[in-house]
Design a protein. Structure first.
Length: 419
């Protein structure tokens, strides 16, 4: 009996040891999986942040140019660059880095490397070092050459991930940092973002006390680890899905919108016309299709230049949008040619509507580069779907013909006989 109890106790102990070992293996695997997932997420996060900074630099440059152009104030590329630098410095200084991450910018002087190959431009964590010269020969705490690695990476590939050893902010401890760098070639700026590797661990694990608790609790915490992994993976999936959806929305907006005038693009317009044509053939719900272009637009470009031509296009679109209903759709079909998709109305109502569009352009002040007012007019043609149309191309041909008739007189409109 005693021997049997001993065997039972021995088997039970072995089972407990096996369970504990299994728990430790599961926990180790779970922890490693969490770490790899967290590391991948951090890599995606810092890359996405740096890429967005470069996109924002382009936006800032554009906005500065437009602001000065609106005030007729000349501005040099150097002045624009200095203003962009000041804005970025202010943003970086105010940014929170609770997870230990930080962003900085180095300005490359010599892509061949060596002493004084670059200048530290912005560094919120080391503000007193801004302006110092950098050398690719400078080693980190482990004797590696991070500046050389960074320079070669952006020079050969435009961007790279790399790591280096440096003191933690506000401490004497040295730790390994994960960093991503990308070159902004217009200004020879290397925009970088870094985060300590231990911050990745700290995001998923907070110390040895919890490790002891996990070891003592066995399967309960193994199960918790599996659930935590699943929830963390779900969180990563949702974050990645959200990023992809944002990028998709931006791409869809870019495809559907004309970048110069902010009218709808031809791609969007062609798809919309096909959709409306299909609706018309299914339930008879008709739509007015109007086409207009700017009279003597080639002369405008030849006389005042394409910059003023762009102003005419943008102002014309703005005036048309202000004089149509919110549900109406304005499409840039090509060059100075536009299509308007309007809700159905009577012939008389359409005449009044087109007259108003002619008037709003005719009476608008288009200011030339020398400050003079240049008269601009448009010609319009209009039609709607017909029963014998075989595709949306037929209505385009018909409205184009109506526009052609209006162009014989100019600053007027023509409604197709088949309306």
């Amino acid at each position: 009996m005693i021997d049997k109890n001993r065997r039972t106790l021995s088997h039970s102990l072995m089972l407990c040891l096996f369970c504990l070992f299994t728990t430790l293996v599961i926990q180790a695997a779970t922890t490693y999986a969490l770490y790899r997932s967290a590391l991948s997420f951090q890599q995606a996060y810092i890359q996405h942040t740096v890429d967005n900074i470069l996109l924002n630099i382009d936006v800032l440059r554009d906005n500065i140019k437009k602001r000065h152009a609106a005030k007729n104030q000349p501005v040099t590329d150097e002045e624009i660059r200095n203003e962009v630098e000041d804005i970025l410095r202010s943003v970086f200084y105010e940014a929170s880095n609770e997870d230990g991450s930080y962003v900085w910018i180095n300005e490359v002087i010599d892509y061949a490397g060596g002493d004084n190959y670059a200048r530290r431009l912005i560094h919120p964590n080391l503000r007193d070092t801004e302006g110092i010269w950098l050398s690719t020969k400078t080693p980190d705490a482990e004797g590696n050459l991070p500046y050389l690695t960074e320079l070669e990476g952006v020079r050969d590939h435009g961007s790279l991930f790399y790591s280096y050893y440096f003191k933690d902010l506000g401490a004497d401890t040295i730790s390994q940092k994960l960093s991503y760098a990308r070159l902004y070639p217009d200004y020879n700026w290397i925009v970088c973002m870094g985060i300590p590797y231990h911050a990745v661990w700290e995001n998923i694990y907070t110390g040895s006390t919890k490790l002891k608790i996990i070891m003592l609790c066995g399967y309960l915490f193994s199960l918790f680890g599996i659930i935590a992994t699943a929830l963390y993976a779900l969180r990563l999936y949702r974050q990645q899905h959200r990023l992809q959806q944002d990028e998709l929305n931006i791409l869809q907006h870019a495809i559907a919108t004309d970048s110069l005038t902010q009218a709808r693009s031809r791609h969007y317009g062609a798809e919309r016309l096909k959709e409306l044509f299909s609706i018309y053939h299914h339930n008879g719900s008709n739509t007015i299709i109007a086409m207009f272009d700017i009279d003597h637009f080639k002369t405008v470009n030849d006389t005042y230049g394409h910059d003023f031509g762009d102003i005419v296009l943008r102002d014309t679109v703005q005036q048309i949008k202000q004089n149509v209903r919110q549900e109406d759709c304005l499409i840039r079909w090509g060059g100075d040619e536009f299509i308007l998709i309007l809700s159905m109305m009577t012939h008389t109502e359409l005449e009044h509507h087109l007259q108003r569009l002619n008037t709003c352009i005719r009476t608008h002040s288009f200011i030339t580069p020398d400050g003079a007012k240049h008269p601009v007019t448009i010609s319009l043609g209009a039609t709607c779907f017909q029963k014998d149309d075989t595709s949306s191309d037929d209505v385009i041909k018909r409205v184009d013909h109506a526009l052609y008739q209006a162009k014989k007189i100019r600053d007027t409109f023509c409604i197709s006989d088949s309306f």
